[in-house]
Design a protein around this ligand. Structure first.
Ligand SMILES: *Cc1c(COP(=O)(O)O)cnc(C)c1O
Length: 372
């Protein structure tokens, strides 16, 4: 007998992407450089697959601490992706009547995971322009006394980092844990990692997924050793497999490669945002992440027309009223971004029956060619 709420759910849908320019999942477009592949293969070949992982993951944790500036006084927990860390948080906090709260719209897994664990999820609408609504957040925290508050920083799917002053107010008001999810930190100007020393109920969550290692499934979370120690009891002991462990260690030794890729993506983000904003009717929201949120007239039709041209983006319009006509687009490699812009130029400027605005045809400078 399955739970009624599970029966009523729909599965997390990942569209087939073969042959598409894949700009829907915030993946880094760059593969591991050829020059590193042999060394990488040798490293993985040496891993003893017959053995369980050593569940303290000491070497990997030391490398993460060193690389990502985890304060020495903090505890550290690893997850099979940060998705698993979210599950652990849900399980550990799900007392009867427990509330999990997040600014909203944000990462859907906060809600799905909390509800599956039996907690009540409260999403507090963002202010116009997608910043935190300070008064609404503080009122909801007072009213709901949440066991857990999530802040995605930068926020998925809106793109920007929230205001640090409002976050400080939330930290002061929250009666339980506050998790700042820094999945997009490689593309962001700020981090709360050093602030962990000043905020005993703050946890900072990161992942290597958006950095170019989404296939590895490795997330981590830092915070006060007491909190981390409690969460560690909920963690399956071998949750990070030996291949992920070895591959992540290898990647951290070669972090300069990934740092350079992130820098390229940040530079491309600025170029892409500028070009998109010049398309007729397109509004581009500020982003500190490796994606851009846009509002376009008739977004579902634009999404379909992009799909017809083999460009996959995410239509987030149905996620929340404030996101009506919004598309979320990953910043890709230059050629992918050019393909996207050419397709949008066709769709928005040369739309059959549409009337391109006079004299303002984007692409007429030759910067993004039109494909058949
Ligand atoms: C992508 C994403 C994650 C998931 O990261 P994984 O480590 O791949 O599970 C977590 N939080 C946010 C906000 C994300 O956008």
């Amino acid at each position: 007998m399955l739970r009624a709420d599970v029966l009523a759910m729909s599965a997390y849908h990942v569209p087939a992407a073969d042959g598409f320019v894949k700009l829907d999942a915030m993946e880094n477009p760059y593969p591991l450089p050829d020059a590193l592949r042999d060394a990488f293969a040798r490293r993985l070949a040496a891993v003893p697959l017959n053995r369980y992982p050593v569940p303290d993951y000491a070497a990997l944790k030391a490398a993460i601490r060193d690389r990502f500036g985890v304060p020495a006084a903090c505890g550290l927990i690893l997850g099979n992706g940060s998705d698993e860390l979210i599950s652990l948080l849900s399980v550990a906090t799900a007392r009867p009547g427990a509330v999990v709260l997040s600014a909203w719209p944000s990462f859907v897994m906060y809600q799905v995971s909390a509800q599956l664990a039996g907690s009540r999820f409260v999403g507090v609408p963002l202010a116009p322009g997608f910043g935190l609504d300070r008064a609404a957040m503080l009122a909801a925290i007072e009213r709901e006394a949440p066991a857990l508050v999530y802040l995605s920083y930068p926020n998925n799917p809106t793109g920007a980092c929230f205001d640090d002053g409002v976050i400080r107010d939330i930290l002061a008001a929250a009666p339980g844990l506050v998790v700042i999810d820094e999945a997009y930190q490689p593309f962001a100007p700020r981090t709360w990692m050093p602030a962990l020393e000043r905020h005993p109920d703050l946890l900072v969550m990161r992942t290597v997924s958006k950095l170019g290692l989404a296939g590895l499934r490795l997330g981590f979370m830092a915070g006060a050793p007491d909190w981390i120690g409690q969460l560690d009891k909920v963690r399956p002991p071998y949750n990070v497999n030996v291949l992920t462990e070895a591959a992540a260690l290898f990647a951290l030794e070669h972090h300069a490669v990934f740092d350079a890729q992130a820098a390229t993506i940040r530079a491309e983000r600025a170029v892409l945002a500028d070009r998109l904003a010049r398309l007729p009717g397109v509004e581009v929201f500020a982003s500190d992440a490796n994606f851009l949120l846009l509002r376009v007239p008739q977004a579902p039709a634009v999404w379909q027309a992009l799909r017809d041209r083999r460009v996959l983006v995410k239509d987030v319009g149905r996620m929340h009223a404030s996101l009506h006509d919004c598309l979320r687009i990953t910043v890709g490699a230059p050629q992918e971004n050019a393909t996207l812009l050419a397709a949008l130029d066709e769709i928005l400027v040369q739309r059959p029956g549409g009337s391109p605005p006079e004299g303002s045809r984007p692409g007429s400078d030759g910067a993004h060619p039109t494909t058949p």
